[in-house]
Design a protein around this ligand. Sequence first.
Ligand code: P1T
Length: 376
Amino acid sequence: MKFETKAIHVGQEPDPATGAVTTPIYQTSTFVQEAVGVHKGYDYARVANPTRTALQECLAALEGAAHGHAFSSGLGATTTLMHLLSPGDHVVAVNDVYGGVYRMFSQVYEPKGYRFTYLTPDVISTGLADHLDEQTKLVWLETPTNPLLNIVDIRTAAAAAHAAGALVVVDNTFATPYLQRPLELGADLVLHSTTKYLGGHSDVVGGFVATNDDALSERLAFLQKSLGAVPGPFDCWLVLRGIKTLAVRMDRHCENAVAIASLLERHPRVERVLYPGLPSHPGHRLAARQMRNFGGMVSFLLGSEDEAAVVVARTQIWKLAESLGGVESLIELPARMTHASTADAPFAVPGSLIRLSVGIESVDDLLADLDGALAI
Ligand code: P1T
């Protein structure tokens, strides 16, 4: 079965009780038992819920994974993964991770005795082995990265990590499984903020982890029910509905993004455009190898932070907001918004950086609005 068909059908057989074509929202916290321990596979909704099961099966299939676990948010998924580790363990992470992940690592886990090393995407892609030690349990990758759109070589990094006995997690939020499948490239775990492209409509917060490793999946199911960062049935249903149109949405996000990136690259006020689909991007060839297309996120640098702050407040169609991956176009200033928590890090994002989440509106309207905001 091809990707588009799986997205619509896997885990979503018509409801056996009623014939409902669309997976019902099983809005229930508990399930009746015929006798103690005798039930239809569900006893309490923190442990499992049929709407969540449908989402987990569908999204796992899209990632080419045997197992999937849904969480209350991307950070809920991250917290749960961190419980695979213990104080004293060492994590190597790409240095431009999402600001919220950096905040969790540096302000929650580091004070508890976990060790973190942050490496540039280039070092991770070419010289990771030199930075791993006996305590290194996890290599945390994001590719493309948020917000600098750097590309990390998943296959090379996974080989180095595995040689040192470390697990590899890829946060696949920016690419989605339609554009990139990290497990096929050697990753052990794939993580998503389903809040973004998977939900696709900026109306839900959720997270997800997939793996092909039976033992890891068993541990994650245990952690999912024991830590309790689970999504509600309606949230699962919203993500499941979003996923059905993922392929067509991503095609349009990519098509619009390349047009926007090309306009920005020609614009005299723009100092630099960061989009892996541009041949000028240092990760372009690698992205072309490990991704189907280059995604809907574009970042660019203006001359100063003040100029950037003016531009993001001037667009009409592009809404000034955090988050990404919805049908509507968003614009933001990472240094003061999504990535403010990296301000003290050596790899703080430049103040003059503007990040775009390119939506699926008419590209002509998007180009005109952005061009207008950039006019002096
Ligand atoms: O917001 P939440 O669902 O908890 O997901 C966190 C997260 C994890 N990974 C990546 C790559 C992300 O981009 C995010 C959330 N990011 C934003 C809110 C943002 O605007 O970048």
